[in-house]
Design a protein around this ligand. Structure first.
Ligand SMILES: NC(=O)c1ccc[n+]([C@@H]2O[C@H](COP(=O)([O-])OP(=O)(O)OC[C@H]3O[C@@H](n4cnc5c(N)ncnc54)[C@H](O)[C@@H]3O)[C@@H](O)[C@H]2O)c1
Ligand SMILES: [Zn+2]
Length: 393
């Protein structure tokens, strides 16, 4: 409890405890054609409301997957910064970095960004603009968070998953010792700018994979959103952009709301509802040497925990059936050959507990829109769920 305690018998003993808050402003902006010079969204986001960042420098880190499929992107960014030079910091360097999980598995990626931050004298009021998928946002976000104990960072997520979920979050990190997100920090970005147009160059499997996180948040928070996805699954799969954006923006909004109003932005509690389906997802990613996409692994993880919850009577048969049907209708996987090593997969429970700290806390959905936390998993039943899912064709 805050306050001061004196030991009257021993004046050398003294305890003081204080409590303090740090206020963060979390800005999420969706727009289209953000690099057209008459669009001010990105310029406003970079400038921010926190002082004189425009007087300082900026470097851009761009996911190679985005740069390669959008050949005009770098020059469009340079032109944009020139056109807004009165309000924007000077763009000192543009760095293209490998996309995908390699960005989190190869420690050189973070080292290179730290080197650039040093060489281009990026100070705590200067900005690192990161354009890319969740993996590049995580690794460049980590480099930005540890350089000078935190330089300004503006994210431009370019995948469905990162616009709907990860880009909005306050976490960053890289994989170490073969474990997901072993090294990282909780550091909110200064702003998140999502450009719908950038999603057009994703290939089909990268497009659909991110919707597993949308299914996740709908199952946890919003039965109506889940029903909408059931009705619109074919349109989402068929890349009807205006339909899909309704779900992506709603997912982003729900994630933002959870972080900013849920009372536990830096995940100090044992319960981590946003990690529904993730204990097995993270383990499967590791078991497949990260060849399995995070979004696909989450889809399998949701199917598995739903089947398990049905088996122990926590989730109704109808809800389990609808969940698995929606994942399949979207074209998402519900099993993977690596699951045949069920014993190894179950070790993911312990690793998940270690990563979170405290006692094992797993979120299970009871029906779309509501969930509970459990502190025990019956491993025999979970093994049965693993075997049943693996045997599906
Ligand atoms: N920090 C968090 O809170 C959080 C939450 C969820 C997931 N994640 C992490 O996010 C990562 C997955 O991110 P992801 O699903 O965005 O995929 P990704 O970052 O792994 O990217 C997948 C591929 O798409 C390419 N790509 C990205 N944008 C593109 C575009 N617009 N056009 C063409 N190609 C493009 C990339 O180069 C890469 O090859 C995982 O590492 C996961 O752990 C982090
Ligand atoms: Zn996830």
């Amino acid at each position: 409890m805050p306050g001061t305690e004196h030991d009257h018998d021993d004046p050398k003993r003294f305890t003081q405890e204080e409590c303090f808050n740090v206020v963060w402003n979390h800005r999420l902006l969706f727009s289209t054609n953000t690099l057209e010079t008459d669009n001010h969204v990105l310029a406003d986001a970079i400038r921010g409301g926190d002082g004189d960042s425009s007087q300082h420098g900026m470097i851009a880190v761009i996911d190679a997957g985005v740069a390669n499929t959008n050949p005009g992107l770098v020059s469009a960014l340079e032109d944009y910064v020139k056109a807004h030079r009165v309000s924007l910091p000077e763009l000192r360097s543009v760095h293209i970095t490998p996309g995908g999980e390699l960005a989190k598995n190869d420690p050189k990626v973070v080292e290179e960004i730290l080197t650039l931050i040093n060489e281009h004298r990026i100070c705590r009021r200067s900005t690192v603009l990161v354009i890319g998928g969740g993996a590049v946002l995580d690794s460049a976000g980590y480099a930005s968070a540890i350089a000078h104990r935190g330089v300004r960072m503006v994210r431009m997520p370019t995948t469905v998953l990162s616009q709907a979920d990860s880009g909005v979050g306050v976490k960053n990190g890289i994989n170490r010792f073969g474990k997901k997100n072993f090294t990282g920090t909780f550091t909110p970005p200064n702003a998140v700018v999502c450009d719908t147009e950038l999603l057009k160059t994703l290939d089909q499997s990268e497009w659909i994979t991110g919707f597993s996180e949308v299914v996740k948040i709908a199952l946890l928070r919003d039965a109506g959103l889940f029903e909408g996805m059931e009705a619109d699954a074919a349109r989402i799969r068929g890349r009807d952009l205006s339909t899909a954006m309704r779900y992506i923006t709603e997912s982003a909004r729900l994630h933002l709301e959870h972080i900013t109003r849920g009372g536990d932005p830096f995940e100090l509690d044992e319960a981590r509802p946003l990690d529904y389906g993730h204990w097995s997802a993270h383990k499967l990613e590791q078991m497949t040497d990260f060849e399995l996409r995070h979004g696909d692994a989450v889809s399998i993880g949701i199917a598995l925990d739903s089947l398990y919850a049905g088996m122990i009577g926590v989730e109704s048969e109808d809800s389990v059936g609808r969940t698995i049907a929606l994942l399949e209708d979207l074209g998402l996987p519900i099993h993977h050959p690596a699951m045949r090593d069920g014993k190894n997969l179950l070790e993911g429970l312990q690793e998940f507990r270690e990563h979170l700290g405290g006692k094992l806390t797993i979120t299970l959905v009871t029906e779309p829109g509501s969930s509970i936390e459990v502190n025990e998993i019956d491993t025999k039943t979970m093994m049965r769920a693993i075997e049943e899912l693996s045997s599906r064709t």
